[in-house]
Structures are given as C-alpha cells and as structure tokens.
Design a protein around this ligand. Structure first.
Ligand code: DGY
Length: 329
C-alpha cells in the first residue's frame, strides 16, 4: 500500500507526476490555499506534506501528527516554517534553492528597468488612448547604464543580479553580513556598509532572507538615508519593508520609486495606499514564475518529499542538523 501525503496546491506536472507515482497523494485543487483548519485536518493521516509559502507550518501543525516525516516546501524561502520547532521535533524541511536563481534575478532586473524607464506607465498611457505625438519630455525616466546598484544581500540571487548589472554598465555595491572578498574583483563589485550603500545607490535591490532581525529592515530611517532619486526593488520577502514608511517615502519624494514583487501582506489589500501611487510598481510575487523554473522547483520539491518519506536524507534540506539527532520515523 502506498503511503499518504498531502500536496497543498496543484504544482507543475513534472513534479506532481513523481509524487503521484510514489504515493497515495491528496492534492488540494483550489486556486486559494487550504484554509488553516483544513490544512490541519488534511495532514492528520499523512506521512509527508508538500507545502507552499502560503502555508503556515508551525509547532501546532507538527504536533498534530507525530507520524509526519517530512515537510517539503515548494520555494527557496522558508519563513513560513518554524525551523527551530521542526528541528526540535526531528522533522526535516526541504526547499528549492538554485533552480530559481537566474529566473528571479532576471525579474528583479526587469523591475529595475521597468521602474527606471516608466515602461508600465507607458503601456497604460497608450492603452488609455493618450498617445497623441512624440514629446521631448514624455515619460522621461532615469538611466540605468552608469548608475550605481546597491545589493542588500549577496547570496545566489544577489550575485546573479550583479552579473546582469555589470552587463548594463552599472557600478555595483553590495552589503551582506558575510563579505565575499573572493568575488569582488572577478565580479567587479565593491563591499559597502549599509549606510554607505544607501547613500550612494541609485537603485537598491533587496536579496536578503526574512528572519526576526531583518523584519522591516527598510524603515523610515533607512529611506531617509537613500538618495531622493533612488528606486528600491524587492523580490525577496514583503515584510523586509515597512509598508507605512515606504508609502511616506514615496508620497513625500524622499525616494523616487519602488518596484515590488513581494508585499506585506500578500496579497496587498486593494485599500493599501501603495496602490494609489504612480511611482510604486506592484506585481503578484512572480519573480520565479517562468514555466521551466516552476517545473524544476516542482521536481525538487517532489524529490525532497520522496526522500523524507522513505527515510533518505533530503537532497536540499534547510535543517540538516536533524540528521545528527535522528529524524522522526
Ligand atoms: C521562493 O521560492 O522563496 C520564492 O519567493 C517563490 O519562488
């Protein structure tokens, strides 16, 4: 008899096929995530959970079913999961690093370009029938070549963003708690402390993870240190930016613009004042959304799930220390 797992949303076929072949899988078919009580009920008779970043995986859920052997998250980020709680319970957590790096960096750079050069405003202008003639001052934006990009976070995606920026003739500064002197010369990037980066950058792109110390990292103090001409780009996690401080900075001209793939909360409610601002470009958390990448993420998530249920080490495990103490059986 096949073992039972729960898949909390329809994932691309490449990964789903592996899950369906290996397990007796219950797959949540709705467009919206399973409501919390439903998720809690669904996992009670399962040995594995393939979760999404929209599912809160906490101690309550882990304790409801001690037979749950693995949680495989369909994302590189895992701020939706209480990792210390999972580790304390011997529960391995999988994620999908690497495969989405370039796709996400492509998109972050697309947001940078779109906000610098008013691409969305231009499309809206044409669609609204406002295009009457060529105009010397029509929708003028700011140059990308020759500008300075500040990367906050210099992991895989930050580095991929730096490669794109150097191809566009930008100067690249980075701040990270781990300085990467080994990459500075070859990648043409310069380390800067956070204040220097904020002061010098024309574009600030966020590539750090969300944890208790980075929550609202971008707050009123930070926006006050940025150039009034600066544009901030966020493809990491919404709560890295304080939305009230961002609205104030954008509406008062403390900074020029923002381009957000992620918001706090998600989805951003329609009554959020950020929706009223022309200088705030918001898209629905789609930076990794290329067909190929989402398929690769599905395969990785499926392989982590299969490994966890069969008692193998997860190919990509967020908390490998669980293997020192012994995992749930
Ligand atoms: C992730 O993987 O963490 C992204 O936010 C979605 O792909």
């Amino acid at each position: 008899m096949k073992e039972k797992v729960f898949v909390s949303r329809l994932i691309p076929d490449e990964g789903l096929a592996l899950v369906l072949e290996a397990f007796d899988a219950e797959v949540w078919q709705d467009e919206l995530p399973p409501p919390r009580p439903v998720l809690l009920e669904k996992i009670q008779d399962k040995v594995g959970l393939l979760s999404l970043l929209t599912d809160k995986i906490d101690a309550e859920l882990m304790d409801l079913n001690p037979q749950l052997r693995v949680v495989s998250n369909y994302a590189v980020g895992f701020d939706n999961i209480d990792i210390p709680a999972a580790t304390a319970r011997g529960l391995p957590i999988g994620n999908t690093p690497g495969v989405l790096t370039d796709t996400t960096a492509d998109f972050a750079f697309a947001l940078l370009m779109a906000s610098a050069r008013n691409i969305v405003q231009g499309a809206d202008y044409c669609r609204a029938g406002k295009w009457k003639t060529w105009g010397p001052k029509l929708l003028t934006g700011v140059d990308i070549h020759g500008a300075t990009l500040g990367l906050v976070g210099f992991g895989r995606i930050g580095q991929a963003m730096a490669k794109r920026a150097s191809g566009f003739g930008m100067h690249v500064l980075y701040y990270d708690q781990y300085r990467r002197e080994d990459l500075e010369q070859s990648m043409g990037v310069t380390y800067a402390d956070m204040d220097t980066l904020l002061r010098k950058s024309d574009f600030v792109s966020i590539h750090t993870d969300l944890n208790p110390t980075s929550y609202h990292l971008f707050n009123a103090d930070v926006f006050a240190k940025m150039k009034p001409s600066a544009i901030v780009i966020n493809t990491a996690r919404g709560p890295l930016i304080d939305p009230v401080a961002l609205y104030d900075a954008l509406s008062s001209g403390k900074i020029r613009g923002a381009a957000l793939d992620v918001t706090e909360p998600e989805p951003l409610p329609m009554d959020s004042p950020l929706h009223t601002l022309d200088n705030c470009l918001i898209v629905p958390h789609i930076a990794s959304a290329s067909i190929i990448t989402r398929g690769k993420m599905a395969v990785m998530a499926a392989k982590n799930l299969i490994a966890g249920v069969t008692g193998e080490k997860l190919p990509t495990c967020v908390n490998p220390e669980v293997y020192e103490k012994g995992t749930r059986k």
